[in-house]
Design a protein around this ligand. Structure first.
Ligand code: CAA
Length: 241
């Protein structure tokens, strides 16, 4: 029987590419989205992948949503914590709201989701947790004190949980994408993107969501069973770690 994969923020950007790649690899896939109903419906219509609306900052909502997916599709074997937002501002202009929204979604969202699937993975002695962090969690980024802090936190979460999951055949890994051509990156002011960011990428282009999705498919597979606690970096040479 095919395994079940749940992808947060799985109807747009990198998440959509991961949902589709897992679907094409034979997994039963469920994708969550927080707000963009129209994009989610269109994604479902094109791919046939089931889409579910909840906010990863809501612990109870995550529990209810996961229970429904497990009832409909089966136990979640693979969780991809991809949902993320930006609220970029220089620190001297950053509001407490901008700080908390990003921490709650990009860091606490991982707790809220993973906590509800963890015991089941332990009981069944199989699991794959794949956390989408960022190059900016590795190197820090001006204008992103909130985002960089959350994404660095995701790496600590990954390494701690990998140690807890290892004896139960649950792997926990992080992917750190560089700048990928998604709505999130294209929302950066054009001048900043063209003059400040792209020139820092040695391959001379933005990445493609599918280039991240292929890593997620590998980490989800049985072939990746010895890889845990790792950070896989894919950034076009912008940062070597
Ligand atoms: N890299 C290098 N320089 C940057 C920069 C960046 N990413 N972002 C801003 N700067 C520079 C600007 O070019 C500008 O320099 P000059 O004064 O010499 O021209 C200076 O910082 C101040 O920037 P702004 O004039 O734009 O200041 P602002 O207060 O109007 O806006 C900002 C600040 C909201 C941070 C805006 O500059 C911005 O959105 N920058 C992009 C920040 C960024 O890189 N975000 C990544 C989003 S994509 C993502 O997060 C996905 C991922 O995981 C990689």
């Amino acid at each position: 029987m095919s395994r079940v994969a749940l992808v947060t923020g799985g109807t747009r950007g990198i998440g959509a590419a991961i949902s589709m790649a897992l679907h094409n690899a034979g997994y039963k896939v469920a994708a969550t989205y927080a707000g963009n109903e129209e994009k989610a419906r269109a994604f479902h219509d094109v791919t046939g992948i089931s889409v579910h609306k909840w906010d990863v900052t809501d612990y109870e909502g995550c529990g209810k949503g996961i229970a429904k997916i497990e009832h409909d599709l089966g136990h979640v074997d693979i969780l991809v914590n991809n949902a993320g937002i930006t609220r970029d501002a220089m620190f001297h202009k950053m509001t407490p709201q901008q700080w908390h929204e990003v921490i709650n979604t990009n860091l606490t969202g991982l707790f809220n989701m993973t906590h509800h699937v963890w015991q089941g993975m332990r009981d069944r002695s199989f699991g794959r947790v794949i956390n989408i962090s960022s190059i900016n969690g590795q190197k820090g980024q001006m204008g992103q004190a909130n985002y960089s802090a959350a994404k660095a936190g995701d790496l600590g979460f990954t390494k701690a949980l990998a140690q807890e999951g290892a004896a139960k055949n649950i792997t926990v890994n992080a992917i750190c994408p560089g700048y990928i051509g998604t709505e999130m990156v294209l929302a950066v002011p054009e001048k900043v993107l063209n003059e400040r960011i792209i020139p820092q990428i040695p391959v001379g282009r933005l990445g493609e969501p599918e280039e991240i999705a292929r890593i997620a498919v590998f980490l989800a597979s049985d072939d990746a069973g010895f890889i845990t606690g790792s950070t896989i970096t894919a950034n076009g040479g912008q940062l070597f770690v």
